[in-house]
Design a binder for this molecule. Structure first.
Ligand SMILES: [Zn+2]
Length: 281
């Protein structure tokens, strides 16, 4: 079992109500958007893997728009260099990222979102059978090994997953969406399997900047809506370049028969490893 010093913390955003009947509520403008369902968003349970540069900005629109439950897992602590591009303040320094992000998000939402902070890496939750139940998992970590582990977990449990990454030169980023029986991340980026299975970690100190993080976070926040309601999306892989030096892509990637992850497995009746259990509730 986990020690009590690394305990799960729970917070809740307030629910802001109009002062008088007939006055617009917090989310009134959403109802004017084609396909938007506030009720479906309010029932959704999302698990964010990582609480750094991508997730901290993606979590902000999720709670402001009114997601029902947001679980956040991350075992890292806030470092000084994080303050330039992650949603932390000086008093968060050297404290657990998941716990501090959830705490900071309390003031970002006005629709009663429940925030649950798990101060652990995804692999630790998996090993202890404590991965919370979620309708959508969002991965915002910077290593392929964790991306592949979550991808495999979601294939086994038939959970939709959004995977987000930015390039080492901070010029471009991608958002990939996996849905059961459709292409997996390795169908579009086959080299990630080699790097993941090598256990290769990203180099510390690579360029990193808030502009590209906010860009991909915005796309990913939109994807959450498309998975829950009738907002349109024609792609499962989106790549954007800030400089314009590369070509932006909005691509509906097909499954690749020779994919090292999903090529030989039709995803039907896929056996779930015994230790890959959900935590109920
Ligand atoms: Zn695949």
């Amino acid at each position: 079992m986990f020690s009590s010093s690394r305990s799960t913390k729970r917070y809740r955003c307030k629910t802001a109500k109009p002062r008088a009947a007939g006055v617009s509520g917090v989310t009134a403008r959403h109802s004017r958007i084609r396909g938007f369902s506030q009720a479906k968003l309010g029932r959704a349970r999302v698990l964010a893997v990582g609480a750094g540069g991508i997730i901290s900005w993606l979590a902000c629109p999720l709670v402001r728009k009114g997601v029902g439950v947001l679980h956040i897992c991350d075992g890292d602590v806030v470092e000084l260099s994080n303050l330039s591009r992650q949603m932390f303040v000086a008093s968060d320094l050297y404290k657990n990222k998941a716990q501090r992000l959830a705490r900071n998000l309390r003031r970002q939402g006005f629709c009663g979102t429940q925030l649950v902070a798990h101060p652990y890496m995804f692999e630790e939750l998996l090993a202890s059978g404590a991965v919370p139940e979620a309708d959508i998992i969002i991965v915002g970590v910077d290593d392929d090994a964790t991306r592949l582990t979550v991808m495999e977990y979601c294939r086994a449990h038939r959970i939709r997953v959004i995977l987000i990454a930015v390039s080492p030169d901070a010029d471009n980023g991608y958002v990939f969406v996996y849905e059961p029986n459709a292409a997996c991340l390795a169908c579009v980026l086959p080299d990630m399997v080699i790097s993941a299975r090598d256990g290769r970690k990203p180099c510390p100190g690579v360029p990193a900047c808030l502009d590209i993080l906010l860009t991909v976070a915005g796309f990913a926040a939109y994807v959450v809506d498309t998975l829950l309601m009738e907002r349109p999306r024609t792609w499962n892989f989106r790549r954007v370049f800030l400089s314009g030096e590369g070509q932006d892509l909005a691509w509906n990637v097909p499954r690749r028969p020779d994919c090292a992850v999903c090529g030989s497995d039709p995803c039907q009746g896929h056996e779930v490893p015994k230790n890959w259990r959900h935590k109920n509730g």
